[in-house]
Design a binder for this molecule. Structure first.
Ligand code: SF4
Length: 256
């Protein structure tokens, strides 16, 4: 009876609409990035990265919904928990300068600040029993159970190449401020959002991958500066990436 009443009153829909409207308004107030995010450089399509970097308007309905903004926010909160858990396990994990909550995030700027990245953390030390070499890059992602199981089974480099590209690039670019960080394997942590299981994986530095991603970043900047569009990833808009691309209409309405 109570449930039925609640259903008919539409209370959930009204509150959710108000929450989403507030989150979407906050998002609209956030200044757009004017740089290419290092975490994005492993995206399969260079043209999509170009649209993103140039701030091309997304197709109708292509912007983040209130639900996606909630998913991102929950992910950030879970990463904060993972930091606490790893520190409880004895890792000397730095996530901000001075390890103060108001300290700046660790990161890098290259290509005149047009390619940037922020790292989740740097492991300065760890109990010998854990077998970690330091200093090491720490990257953390949250995933649903299906993606998490796939990452555990196949490893991050195969299951999530975009994350592997990010890790390689960050190891390379952080070497200037944290000497030795690329000599030690990075620690990748994946949190299963459905079960709270944790996966940890050591990722040795892949210099070739870092170089390819760095070259890719330069190619995207140069093409954008020259007003040229890089090639599409597919021959038709039914391709998987294109179906979920927020610039699909823009992309496929262009002559090539
Ligand atoms: S629609 Fe497809 S080809 Fe075009 S930018 Fe998006 S992913 Fe790339």
């Amino acid at each position: 009876m109570t449930l039925d009443y609640n259903h008919r009153s539409g209370i959930a829909e009204r509150i959710n609409a108000a929450v989403d409207a507030a989150l979407e308004a906050e998002r609209a107030e956030t200044p757009q990035r004017d740089y290419l995010g290092g975490s994005r450089l492993g995206h399969p399509c260079e043209r999509a990265l170009q649209f993103e970097f140039a701030g091309a308007p997304k197709d109708e309905g292509g912007d983040f919904t209130g639900q996606s903004l909630r998913i991102f926010a929950i992910g950030h909160q879970l990463e904060d928990l993972a930091i606490r858990w790893l520190r409880a396990a004895g890792l000397d994990l730095y996530t901000r300068k001075g390890n103060r909550p108001d300290g700046a995030q660790f990161g890098f700027k290259v290509a005149g600040g047009r390619i940037r990245g922020h790292v989740d953390g740097i492991i300065a030390d760890a109990p010998a029993a854990l077998g970690l070499r330091t200093p090491a890059l720490w990257e953390c992602k949250t995933m649903n159970a299906r993606n998490w199981r796939d990452t555990v089974a196949r490893g991050v480099s195969v299951a999530k190449p975009v994350y592997a590209a990010q890790i390689a690039l960050y190891q390379a670019y952080m070497e200037g401020t944290v000497p030795g960080i690329s000599a030690a394997p990075a620690l990748f942590t994946a949190i299963n959002k459905d079960t709270a299981e944790l996966h940890h994986e050591l990722v040795p530095f892949d210099a070739d991958l870092a170089q390819r991603m760095s070259d890719r970043g330069v190619r995207i900047l140069q093409a954008t500066d020259a007003g040229e569009l890089l090639p599409r990833i597919a021959r038709n808009p039914d391709f998987f990436e294109c179906r979920f691309c927020p610039w699909s209409e823009r992309c496929w309405s262009l002559p090539a």
